[in-house]
Write a protein that binds this ligand. Structure first.
Ligand SMILES: CC/C=C\C/C=C\C/C=C\C/C=C\C=C\C(=O)SCCNC(=O)CCNC(=O)[C@H](O)C(C)(C)COP(=O)(O)OP(=O)(O)OC[C@H]1O[C@@H](n2cnc3c(N)ncnc32)[C@H](O)[C@@H]1OP(=O)(O)O
Ligand SMILES: Cc1cc2nc3c(=O)[nH]c(=O)nc-3n(C[C@H](O)[C@H](O)[C@H](O)COP(=O)(O)OP(=O)(O)OC[C@H]3O[C@@H](n4cnc5c(N)ncnc54)[C@H](O)[C@@H]3O)c2cc1C
Length: 593
């Protein structure tokens, strides 16, 4: 913390980059404190509460996390069972875990690290439940870090990854906190117990929206790091003869290796720009919300949910492709890729399980589709829903940006229409609204993925057409943008062709174009990954080292394995030798028989 002050890092983004550089392999045990706890105090507390608590959080005098999920509920927030009951006699809230399933379970760093939590609980006052609200709760003694009386706290045990984070469980037994520890920016409980409701009940969910926006950038960071490692290794690794009798080829010269990696390189650039675009939209709409203008809150929620789910799913699949493209060495922790994967794959679950998040976006698209059918105006990002679906593609050999964006718009508009019409047909068959919805959610998920894919392609094209970039760089970035879009069509051709939008010749053009682009990008592939400028310290990879000294690094890494501390391991004396002796004795016995 002091080091960041010394270096003059003021913005949260700079601080986050510094933290990651300082702790590249394991997630910081203070990530949730800085990434969720402090920002939530700032955004959900009253000005007085923020003035009191935010400086304590920023100076680490108070270390916290966000405790919402319970054993029995994570997705369905309205189903959370932890209660916070107001006691007007003592001006306190009584926190309680009334059932086994109500035990807080998963909150990061709650097991051993933090001394405070933001707890999401059902608010009761004057005998009435007002739904979930956030409460600041001290969980450990500030003098000796012992657990406060009335609480049971522990670690949940080993996980797939996230090893730097002590995810824990926490059980409340009639635990009292002051009334003023309820975050009261939007909703309030007065001294007499009267409840003042917020303009919108979902304002309390604002912290999750903010983190989902951060996670889009995490998807870029993790996928791009894996791509750097895999592309650099593919330039160094020579295997097999491309030309009979010739020298072993760089594996990057195999077309299949290029088809694995270059679209992921293009995706990394596309996700970086999408994350920046998402952040700009979040900054604008969240500031409107803080000024009381909630008009665009549904659009922000829908975009954050959809991009968080889309980008983490694609990033995790892509990181696995990067790992496998490195052969056996990719499977070793020496490559650095398994750790990247293990730490980000949880993002498909946390901050909103991806399917559930996609369905939130789908729900928004369904409502916009109906508004569009009525001729009502739609937000700019959604206006494609009124695309004329009878129009066919004008795509030519050049695969212009305009024809590519039009293809993605057509695909998304068509798929949203198909899902909405199924929902409407279900209703006409007499299904109740919730059944009509549930029985159309599979096509809605597909449509929402197409919606997110369109956002990313259109965003990439827009930035290339608006930003002043030197011609040489613009040319390479245009190749990446075209590869991202054309590859996405080729890999999902059925969705683009189902209504005959492309003719056979255009399909052939696209299949040729994706292979031609691999050759165009090959000469710049290493430069394009070097451009991310990740230091070796951050990558922690023998395969992705800047100097390419892979085999030397692997040899040194292997020699440092703890198993090499002794020549003969104790297991020989404890198990192997006794087993062999027993075998030889039994053999002698059988020989005598
Ligand atoms: C170590 C970490 C390192 C660094 C930290 C930084 C980055 C990493 C971050 C995280 C990793 C570590 C920690 C992880 C933390 C967590 O996971 S915290 C817990 C997260 N939990 C969730 O996200 C729960 C997901 N569930 C929900 O969001 C909701 O319950 C729901 C799925 C939306 C369903 O809710 P509900 O049934 O009540 O709502 P609906 O009926 O579906 O919708 C009602 C209307 O409300 C609107 N709505 C819903 N949510 C929001 C929102 N957030 N904002 C705005 N509007 C919202 C919804 O659109 C409906 O509107 P309508 O259609 O007009 O009716
Ligand atoms: C690494 C990690 C860190 C975490 N850190 C924290 C933390 O710091 N604080 C915190 O509070 N929580 C944390 N969590 C918990 C996380 O927020 C929840 O796990 C997440 O919200 C998913 O909820 P769930 O576990 O109840 O899954 P569920 O919702 O039970 O998902 C199970 C299945 O049910 C499906 N499903 C559920 N609802 C629907 C629906 N309406 N329609 C269709 N399908 C549905 C899902 O798609 C999924 O396939 C963390 C989790 C992980 C993995």
């Amino acid at each position: 913390m002091d080091r960041m002050e010394e270096l003059g890092f003021r913005s949260e983004t700079d601080r986050q980059i510094f933290r990651e550089a300082a702790a590249p392999v394991e997630l910081s045990p203070f990530g949730l404190h800085s990434g969720m706890f402090v920002p939530t105090l700032e955004r959900q507390g009253t000005p007085e509460q923020s003035r009191k608590w935010v400086p304590l959080g920023k100076s680490f005098k108070m270390i916290g996390t966000y405790a919402q999920t319970e054993l029995g509920h994570g997705t369905f927030i309205r189903g959370l069972e932890t209660t916070a009951t107001f006691d007007p006699e003592t001006q306190e809230f009584i926190l309680d875990s009334p059932t086994l399933s109500s035990i807080k379970y998963w909150p990061g760093n709650v097991a051993k690290t933090v001394n405070h939590c933001l707890v999401m609980a059902q608010l009761y006052t004057q005998g009435k439940c007002h739904g979930t609200h956030l409460f600041l709760v001290q969980v450990r003694n500030m003098e000796d870090h012992t657990i406060m009386p009335g609480l049971e706290i522990g670690d949940i045990g080993p996980k797939l990854g996230f090893d730097g984070v002590d995810n824990g469980f926490m059980r409340f037994n009639k635990y009292r906190i002051p009334r003023m520890n309820m975050l009261m920016r939007y909703a309030k409980v007065l001294e007499n117990g009267d409840y003042i409701k917020p303009k919108n009940a979902k304002l309390t969910y604002g912290a999750m929206v903010m983190i989902r926006v951060f996670i889009v950038m995490d998807a870029f960071k993790t996928l791009s790091r894996a791509a750097v490692i895999a592309v650099r290794y593919s330039a160094v690794r020579r295997q097999s003869e491309l030309r009979p009798g010739g020298e072993e080829a760089q594996v990057m010269d195999y077309q299949t290796q290029q088809y694995k990696l270059f679209p992921l390189l293009a995706t990394s650039y596309a996700f970086l720009l999408a994350a920046e675009g998402m952040s700009q939209i979040y900054a604008k709409i969240s500031s409107d919300i803080e000024r009381g203008n909630l008009e665009d809150m549904p659009q922000l929620h829908a975009l954050a949910c959809g991009l968080k789910a889309f980008c983490t799913w694609v990033a995790c699949e892509g990181i696995e492709v990067c790992r496998m493209s490195c052969g056996g060495h990719g499977y070793s922790h020496a490559s650095g890729i398994p750790k990247i994967y293990a730490n980000i794959v949880g993002a498909c679950t946390y901050e909103g399980e991806n399917t559930v998040m996609m369905l939130q976006t789908a729900r928004y698209l369904s409502k916009c589709y109906i508004r569009g059918q009525r001729g009502e105006s739609l937000p700019e990002l959604i206006q494609y829903l009124t695309t004329d679906l009878n129009v066919k593609s004008t795509l030519g050999e050049d695969c212009s940006f305009e024809s590519l964006v039009a293809a993605y718009s057509h695909r998304a508009a068509r798929m949203v229409a198909v899902a909405c019409k199924l929902q409407q047909t279900n209703k006409k068959k007499g299904m109740a609204g919730h059944d009509a919805w549930n029985k159309s959610t599979v096509p809605f998920i597909a449509a929402t993925k197409a919606h997110c894919h369109l956002f990313i392609v259109r965003n990439f094209v827009t930035i290339l057409s608006q930003k002043k970039i030197d011609p040489a760089t613009h040319n390479v970035l245009s190749q990446l943008c075209t590869l991202y879009a054309v590859y996405g069509i080729v890999e999902n051709m059925g969705e683009f062709m189902q209504d005959g939008y492309f003719n056979q010749d255009q399909v052939s053009i696209l299949n040729r174009k994706v292979l031609a682009l691999l050759e165009d990008i090959r000469p710049n592939a290493v430069a394009l990954v070097d451009a991310f400028d990740y230091p070796d310290h951050l990558l922690q990879s023998c395969l992705g080292r800047y100097d390419g000294q892979v085999y030397e690094a692997l040899y040194e890494y292997s020699k440092s394995s703890p198993l090499n501390n002794t020549d003969i391991h104790s297991s020989y004396y404890n198990y192997i030798r006794p087993m062999m002796q027993k075998r030889s004795e039994s053999k002698n016995i059988s020989a005598k028989l």
